[in-house]
Design a protein around this ligand. Structure first.
Ligand SMILES: Cc1cc2nc3c(=O)[nH]c(=O)nc-3n(C[C@H](O)[C@H](O)[C@H](O)COP(=O)(O)O)c2cc1C
Length: 192
């Protein structure tokens, strides 16, 4: 029997959210007996069957004009074909977003991902980590430095390339989301 798959479907216009997606994948790979699959929204048409068979789907988008990007939303609308047949019902779901500003209206974008998952009848997995960087002893190097709960948040300075940002703390935060979803997918598929 093949291993349960945790798929990541994401958009990245300029590479920053791609780095975050790859960090989520690295977290998935920390869990043995789970396979990770990275899909760019531009290539989703080659992957619908894999998505239909996945145990979990993690959605990811940059924040563009206070919401998910148009390219991500195009994928969301394409997924309505799955919605008609409840194909993704009872799969696990999670999300990650990346913006240029510290806040940047990331919550609006993560809520769009959450709503998409709920429309499909999926079961949402949050980050599950306490916020960092919120006390006198905290720092921007803390895991969950941006204090998100509903998913993995990242921030990428707009004048820096994806080889530098999002910073290591956000990459580790993203990896923790991937690991958490993979562990949940194991429990979910084994019925434990
Ligand atoms: C069209 C557009 C709109 C943007 N809107 C926002 C925004 O509303 N809030 C924000 O913080 N950053 C915004 N940004 C900055 C991006 O979120 C940021 O540069 C991000 O790292 C881009 O990710 P990507 O390289 O994966 O596309 C915007 C960038 C673009 C190109």
């Amino acid at each position: 029997m093949s291993e349960p798959v945790v798929a990541i479907v994401y958009h990245s216009g300029y590479g920053h959210t791609k780095v975050q997606a790859e960090a989520v994948l690295s977290g998935i790979h920390e869990v043995s007996a789970i396979e990770g699959l990275l899909i760019q929204v531009e290539h989703v048409d080659e992957h619908w069957d894999e998505l239909d068979n996945a145990a979990a789907i993690i959605f990811g988008s940059p924040v563009y004009m206070g919401n998910v990007s148009a390219a991500f939303q195009a994928f969301a609308e394409k997924s309505s074909k799955r919605w008609f047949e409840s194909k993704w019902k009872d799969k696990l779901a999670a999300g990650f977003v990346n913006s240029g500003s510290q806040n940047g209206d990331k919550s609006q974008a993560i809520n769009a991902l959450f709503t998409l998952a709920q429309q499909h009848g999926m079961i949402w997995v949050g980050l599950g980590h306490l916020p960092g960087n919120n006390s006198s002893t905290g720092s921007i190097n803390d895991i969950n430095r941006l204090g998100g709960f509903s998913g993995a948040f990242a921030q990428s300075n707009v004048d820096q390339g994806s080889e530098v940002v999002p910073p290591e703390a956000d990459r580790r935060t993203a990896a923790l989301l991937g690991k958490r979803v993979a562990e949940a997918a194991l429990r979910w598929t084994r019925g434990a």
